[in-house]
Design a protein around this ligand. Sequence first.
Ligand SMILES: Cc1ncc(COP(=O)(O)O)c(C=O)c1O
Length: 396
Amino acid sequence: MDRAELGSRALFPDLAAGAYLNHGGISPPSLPVRNAVTRVMEDYARLGTGAIHHRIEERERLRGKLAGLIGAEQGSDIGFVQNTTRGATDVALCMPWRAGERVLCMTGDFPANVTPWQCAAELFELDLTFLPQPTASTLDAWLETLARELQRPTRLLAVSTVMFQSGLRLPTDRIGALCAAAGTELFVDAIQACGVVPVDVRRDGIDYLTCGGHKWMMGLEGAGFLYVAPKRVSRLEPRVAGWLGHEDALAFLFLGPGHLRHDRPLLRRASLVEGGAQSSVGYAALEAALDLLQGAGIEKIHAHVNRYIDALEPELVARGFASERSADPAARSGIFSVTPPRGIDVVALFRAIDPARVALTIPDGRLRFAPHWPNHTDEIKTVLAAVDGALAAVRK
Ligand SMILES: Cc1ncc(COP(=O)(O)O)c(C=O)c1O
């Protein structure tokens, strides 16, 4: 059986860049992920519709594994959604809103966790308020601001567990406690956390969690998941339900006449949001990727990537870059971001970095390094050579 050996790229034989540091963007698929996709394709190639029974079994198994990853009680708390946005949209559309209710979201958050709330605010006449975005140095003050804001009746708080620009990991345990005390529901976008940062929805009192599969989970685009806390699910309005959202939805296809009815009760679990046919290859990829992550252990992966960042950070600071990393290990993720030395334009610098040496990106004007379990500190000399070459080219 394949396993993830921390610091080894053996399962990524085709990866072009000397150092692939863009797991906060899209992760390359490992060999087990590629093999899982091929197996599904071959199954459909042989059996056509007959292959769907295997997929149904696999998907139920995957629900249980995802529940384990995030500390959920059971697989039925997990629904499959295409991406992070879709999970937010489904909750935003299905909440039993009353006009005038207040929703808090965050300035500078990734738009996937803002646009759905803006749309819901328009549709349901909600009061959408923006909190400022915390940084490593303002996090305590930000928590005080949040506590003050929650003194006003607030239906829902929507935040990302890890800031996509700075990599700051929010203390979802403290946020969850504030929300619980205020009677506010907590929605989190966890795509920059799941797979690299331990997540525990029950410990933290998270009501809803959405996550795409293509970043730290190391699956594919188009196959993510949504968690809905059991106490919330029965109150959701089934506004996005589709044909697979009913009890015994498949009965009319396989059990003969008399089963095609349009009055079957709607599901009262997270899979209510699934609608119709799902990405079979996407979920096969997600399961294979998750098996590798779980085999290595999320705590160990978090420690591994932070050892890598520990080695890289002082080198960049010595070159005049400003680090946005928190001094508090509990507030760190897999993302390490810097802003360039004075007088250096981040876009020009990024364009001058040799992509054959290092793959990274510049979201919201930061140079973002995002290593995962296959990265090894031996690569850091290649990263620094690429950065030095780019600095010299831009300064010329
Ligand atoms: C915090 C955050 N949320 C969401 C996304 C992406 O959303 P989706 O999965 O809907 O494409 C990203 C990055 O692409 C992100 O950094």
